[in-house]
Write a new protein. Sequence first.
Lengths: 406, 110
Amino acid sequence: MSAAYGLQPEDVILRLHRGLSRAAAAIEAGDLCLAGIETVLLRLPDLTPSAVAKLAEVAELEKGGTAWQDEPRVPAGQPDGGQRTTAEGAGGAPAAAAKPAAPVSPRETTPAQNPRLPLDDGVYRPGVDDPRVILAGGAEEEEASRRSNGPPDDFTRLEDVFPGLRDAPALAIPLAPIDGFFGVSGVSDEANLEATLGQYWALIEDIKRVDPSFANDELLPPDGIAGLTWQGRDNLINNLRMQRAAAYYRILGDVGPLQVETLRFLQDAVDAAYEEAVSEADASRLQPRLSREEAIGNWVDFTVRKDLKKLFDSFGIPYGPGEDVTINDRDYESSQSGQSYRIPDARIGDASFDWTLSSKTISAPQIRGFFRADSLPRAVVIIRPSELGGAYLIPRPTDAWLYPWL
Amino acid sequence: MKPAKMTIPRDVGELLEHLIWMLLKAPKFIDKTGRFPFQDVEYVFRELNEGLSNVRPTLGEERYRHLMGMPDQMRALFEADPENKTGETRKGRDIIHDMENILRQARQKS
């Protein structure tokens, strides 16, 4: 982690470690598509070329290497004795010796000034999670229940499942917008540009691999990407990511990348709509029929639905009844007593999406109804405003949970 | 970025949806997600006008012509009050409500 992203606060490392462990478990379980969705919300920045080079230097740490013998360990006799630790300790090099990921200005090479990874809404929840479990680096108790496909105690955060797309190398580590990483950290424009260019060319290559006729029609300033603002660079990368997802869907019929990109978009759209609605409510420009919350919720629901249609139209993704992608359309459930239906806000392949202000769990009849649909969704993704907790995922429960009469 | 296609209302229901969205996003219709750099006043009103054309048979000629005269007035009001401070934006929104009422009547009768 230090080689990839520079030194991070311990709480961030713990959260990330937890997520990565679960990602590995998900990959081993073969649940790759779901893993892709969840990886996105871990908000792990893409690796810069220089970070990749640094990682190559520490390749000895890989399975089969011997460098693990020199990794710092918790001294014997202490809780977790013998486990690897990020702290300076017996037999190991101090964590501070790790090299930063990107070419950064001298002031950023000290540990205290390294950019903090944007994982604060992520995996670790004080009072709920036990960091000692994470430091052990082994299987976690919660993994067992998830693997068993049993009904979750409550909802599962996307970050908790964290997958990858093993069979699509270009997507194995979904890219996160770089502004969340560099934008708040004060990293140099040079580093930001390097990261953007790395993503840009990788995405172009990915898209052309799937769609050889692809021509990037993006209009750039005379001095190219360097002439864009950081926000402009993010928009450029987001656009290409969506182009890639559209290509995978239209040409290969692979809905996985589209699920991931739609989720990323929806979180942005929900956050923007929520901010707008709250602002309008604060200015007394909303006229709620029942309550302020209802008015804000309706605003978010409506504008995000419209935005999603616009997104799919913009990228030529067909949606509607009978399609694999639907927006506010019926999802039918056939049963012996006839046919009924639910209307998820959106459904993309085998994942249903619901944007809402309130927290919903598998206990909600609406959510169970989504799962009972003939489309057999593997997961329901709930997107709440980040300010209210952000997105999370409800994995498909067992039939016994969905159909207690069986 | 050039969108593959515009999101043009195809029926009265979608037109109503578009108008309500305009009501919320007026007067600038700015996209805050950063995903639709092409979205501006011109673009939004083009969607509205083309949507009206799509439902012309449903509306009937008289109602259609009446409605087609309203977007220009509305646009002028929004552009005159981009910061929503002078009251013109509110007048523009009133026109949206008027259009909405007409469309609902048309939908009931069709």
